[in-house]
Ligand binder design. Structure first.
Ligand code: ASP
Length: 460
């Protein structure tokens, strides 16, 4: 059966048609009682925000410790048989402050006592770490008067701790659809024995996306502490533009190349049904943030480049041999040599007499000699070289306009900035132009590319 489209059916509660927005709030958006109040206002502004997904309270100031990190410390100390009172008091204190500031009655002491006895008798990592989200969601549900949903009932994992997407889609749908308004804890779920498992760090984004999929939401909002996805790394480019619209494909490419705004596993569940994802800033709720969609609206296609990202720590393996492309399986043997060592490569470029592979330098650390020996033995190359200390820059855009123009501008800007270009790669899909540069030129190169694409967009 074809997947249903976002928001087309279901969204009716007791016979009334309604839009459904799933709104996920990250740790900094829940750091203190003032943020709980902000969330209440945000929810009141749009009655379609029916399903809330919450992380655990994050940092209030740079030196602060996230609740999740305090819980990890509790578990680590408990599992070594050491005292963990200070860390657990830290957790209790943070939630206690929020509760008293909001004037809520909540059985916090009982919850902390029960966590303490589990930690003492049989410390379990994922169970302990998940308590930040669990408590936060229960408190938020009480505060808003929403129904609390424990993901242990409906976010499914296998016994070995792998997320079970198909089962989750069914159980989460059955749990959430009948509810008018609910708060579900992010980050964890359970296997069929009831054992708690967590996603990797930042995994509440994944819960949000799964919830959006389960209720066929019209929109998945991801509320965080940044104004949206930035068009370049703000540590390199001063005040980069916030991207207003981008496609799932662009987001995936930019995230892979280092831009971070959402957990990488959080795109697929929502994108499967074409549910738009909106990154919003809790402290600037009037801003529209970044909208991530399947297909960009026509007017957004005019800007040739959406963003620039990059990865350092790359190496290039270059193998040359006359007649590489004569059909004797040269490239296949080369890739087989990598496969045997489970060495993933990032990019592969071939020429008449050469094959070039871009690979993460840290992966070569333990196998460099062995690898070059085998390449020599099996392929007898005319030339074999590995160049380290490279960075790859990705210039990403769906390119509604002529991508050639954008590419010329980028390469010209790099040349004028005196940056050596070590590799160039663009697939037929034209989503992504990849340029290799020496590591020491990386920041300069990103700035040069960003400046030229922004100047170009301003003129058009
Ligand atoms: N609280 C967890 C973490 O700090 C999960 C999340 O925030 O999404 O990673």
């Amino acid at each position: 059966m074809a997947a249903p489209k976002a928001g087309l059916f279901q969204n009716n509660y007791r016979g009334k048609f309604m839009r459904t927005v799933v709104a996920k709030f990250g740790g900094t958006s829940l750091a203190d009682a003032a943020h709980f109040r902000k969330i209440k206002e945000i929810v009141a502004q749009d009655p379609d925000r029916r399903i809330l997904v919450v992380s655990a309270p994050g940092k209030r100031f740079p030196e602060d410790i996230k609740i999740t990190d305090l819980l990890i410390a509790c578990y680590e100390k408990a599992s070594r048989g050491e005292a963990f009172d200070a860390e657990l008091e830290g957790v209790a204190g943070r939630f206690g402050e929020i509760l008293s500031d909001l004037g809520l009655a909540f059985p916090l002491e009982e919850e902390i006592r029960s966590l303490k006895s589990r930690l003492t008798e049989n410390p379990e990592r994922d169970y302990t770490v998940s308590r930040g989200e669990y408590l936060c969601a229960r408190i938020m549900a009480d505060y808003l008067g929403f129904t609390f949903v424990d993901p242990a009932w409906c976010v499914c994992f296998t016994e070995s701790g792998e997320p079970d997407a198909a089962m989750t889609a069914r159980t989460m749908s059955a749990s959430l659809r009948p509810l008018r308004r609910a708060v579900i804890a992010g980050f964890y779920g359970a296997d069929e024995n009831g054992t708690i498992h967590t996603f990797s760090r930042g995994g509440s984004d994944v819960t949000g996306s799964l919830a959006a999929r389960a209720v066929t939401a019209d929109l998945y909002e991801n509320w965080t502490d940044v104004p949206g996805l930035l068009a370049a790394d703000p540590r390199i480019v001063k005040n980069p533009r916030t991207v207003d619209y981008l496609s799932y494909r662009e987001l995936r490419t930019l995230s892979y190349m280092g831009a971070s705004v959402l957990h990488t596993d959080a795109v697929l569940p929502a994108s499967d049904l074409g549910i738009p994802i909106n990154i919003r800033c809790t402290d600037m709720p009037e801003d529209n943030g970044t909208m991530i969609v399947r297909r960009l609206p026509k007017e957004k296609l005019r800007r040739p480049v959406t963003g620039v990202a990059g990865r350092r720590g790359m190496s290039v393996i270059q193998v040359e041999k006359v007649m590489v492309s004569d059909g004797s399986g040269f490239s296949a043997i080369m890739l087989d040599i990598l496969k045997k060592r489970s060495l993933p490569f990032e990019h592969c470029l071939t020429g008449i007499d050469a094959i070039t592979l871009v690979i993460r330098s840290d992966l070569l650390e333990d196998c460099r000699e062995d690898l070059t020996r085998e390449i020599r033995e099996q392929l007898h190359p005319d030339f074999l070289g590995i160049r380290d200390h490279l960075s790859m820059i990705a210039v990403v855009g769906e390119r509604g306009t002529d991508s050639c123009d954008a590419n010329v501008q980028v390469l010209d800007a790099l040349t004028r900035a005196g940056v050596e270009i070590t590799t160039i790669n663009q697939g037929a899909g034209k989503l992504n132009l990849l340029v290799g540069v020496p590591e020491e030129a990386y920041e300069n190169a990103v700035r040069a590319v960003y400046n030229v694409i922004e100047a170009e967009a301003a003129e058009s």
